[in-house]
Design a protein around this ligand. Structure first.
Ligand SMILES: NC(=O)c1ccc[n+]([C@@H]2O[C@H](COP(=O)([O-])OP(=O)(O)OC[C@H]3O[C@@H](n4cnc5c(N)ncnc54)[C@H](O)[C@@H]3O)[C@@H](O)[C@H]2O)c1
Ligand SMILES: O=C(O)C(=O)C[C@@H](O)[C@H](O)[C@H](O)COP(=O)(O)O
Ligand SMILES: [Zn+2]
Length: 357
């Protein structure tokens, strides 16, 4: 088992990565979070597969358990679903000492995390990620959110979990297209800060070796280490943390323009390629860098662009949280493994999108 400590200004916790960890969720929750009641939040895909093992382990660790199951798509990340979940927590008589256990992909993690952040102004949260994206990214670092009609993740909180339990064998039941979608964020980590990781993905796409649990465990651990190094320096995204948003300003625009029918990882992959082409055109990185990113994205079966035009993407991207008044902070690509934050006036940001398409 790999255990990675994440020390942020608000909380320190461990991310456990190994196969066969689901029966240990109760014991890990008991030793890190305490409490007497646990609300497991899951979805209609994941609950039938894994909730029994998790509920059993929580009961064995002395918790009175309940489960809240949502539909399995991005549209449940909304205020009404949040309200239903909060009411269920109250109905189950959870107190501040008790815990919400997010069992699922990033959608469940973000929704359950925001519920834990707001229930009684904050109870306890344990993340049990079951998608690759959730293991490498969303379960770590404390961003929780729901979407608003105006855009992605527009209501949320920074709220760190007490523990993250990534049980790698759970990835075996993911459909091929959903596994590929998650790889968008893994490629992001390589482009952002790890040329070695990027080269390994170029050589053998993760989609071609998904049965290799040893490789998966190593890749998950490496991504978590990269995220740990960022969020331990900048928990609330004042500066450095913006780099984790590589590909996201345009990616979120692609995602919401598609009404969330295109997955988050695929949208981020397209956003990263658009940004890479724009950066190459402006001379901020070599053309070869953009070509390598496009090739790695395509090799994972992910889109390198979108059919939406610059005006449509710009309209959606204006809701980004890296906007400050009439400027937008963007994550520019300088080389494989190196990015920087640049501030652009909004009209120049629109031109940049056009250059990248
Ligand atoms: N908080 C953060 O830092 C952060 C980081 C990245 C992404 N996100 C958010 O995460 C979400 C995307 O997460 P995602 O890609 O995990 O999507 P998801 O949660 O929708 O999961 C993808 C699909 O896989 C299914 N699934 C998950 N685990 C499974 C398993 N083990 N077996 C079978 N099916 C399984 C789900 O039911 C779903 O249909 C987006 O809302 C994105 O905004 C948040
Ligand atoms: O943890 C972060 O910081 C990230 O930006 C990780 C992203 O992969 C993730 O999609 C995040 O939810 C995006 O955040 P947002 O602030 O752009 O909504
Ligand atoms: Zn993301």
């Amino acid at each position: 088992m790999q255990t990675i400590e994440v020390a942020t200004s608000s909380r320190t916790y461990n991310v456990h990565i190994a196969s066969g960890l689901l029966p240990r969720v109760g014991e890990i929750a008991r030793s890190t979070a305490g409490g007497s009641r646990a609300m497991v939040v899951s979805n209609t895909d994941v609950a039938p597969l894994y909730s029994a093992a998790v509920l059993e382990s929580l009961s064995a660790a002395g918790y009175k358990t309940d489960i809240h199951v949502v539909e399995s798509n991005e549209t449940v990340k909304n205020m009404s679903e949040l309200a239903l979940l909060l009411e269920h927590c109250a109905e189950a008589e959870l107190t501040r000492d008790d815990l919400v256990v997010a069992l699922g992909g990033g959608v469940v993690g973000d929704l359950a995390g925001f519920a834990a952040a707001t229930y009684m102004r904050g109870c306890k949260l344990v993340q049990v990620p079951t998608s690759l994206l959730a293991m490498v990214d969303s379960s770590v670092g404390g961003k929780t959110a729901v979407d608003l009609a105006h855009g992605k993740n527009l209501a949320g909180a920074f709220f760190q979990p007490r523990a993250v339990v990534a049980s790698v064998e759970a990835l075996d039941t993911i459909a091929p297209d959903l596994f590929a979608d998650s790889c968008g964020e893994v490629i992001k980590y390589g482009v952002m800060s790890d040329p070695g990781l990027f080269v390994s993905l170029e050589k053998t796409p993760l989609t071609e070796s998904r049965d290799d649990h040893e490789r998966l465990e190593g890749v998950i651990a490496r991504c978590v280490e990269i995220k740990r190094d960022v969020v331990s320096n900048d928990e609330c995204e004042r500066g450095l943390r913006q780099t984790l948003n590589l590909g996201h300003t345009i990616g979120h625009a692609v995602e919401s323009a598609n009404e969330y029918r295109l997955g988050h990882g695929s949208s981020v992959a397209a956003g990263m390629c658009i940004m890479a082409r724009a950066c190459a055109k402006r001379g901020w990185c070599d053309r070869d860098v953009a070509h390598r990113i496009e090739a790695a994205v395509a090799a994972h079966g992910l889109p390198t662009s979108t059919d939406f035009d610059a005006d449509t993407l710009f309209r959606h991207a204006k809701a980004d949280k890296k906007r400050h008044g009439d400027t937008m902070n963007i994550v520019a690509i300088e080389a494989i493994g190196s990015v920087s934050i640049k501030t652009l006036p909004l009209d120049e940001f629109r031109t940049l999108i056009e250059q990248g398409l």
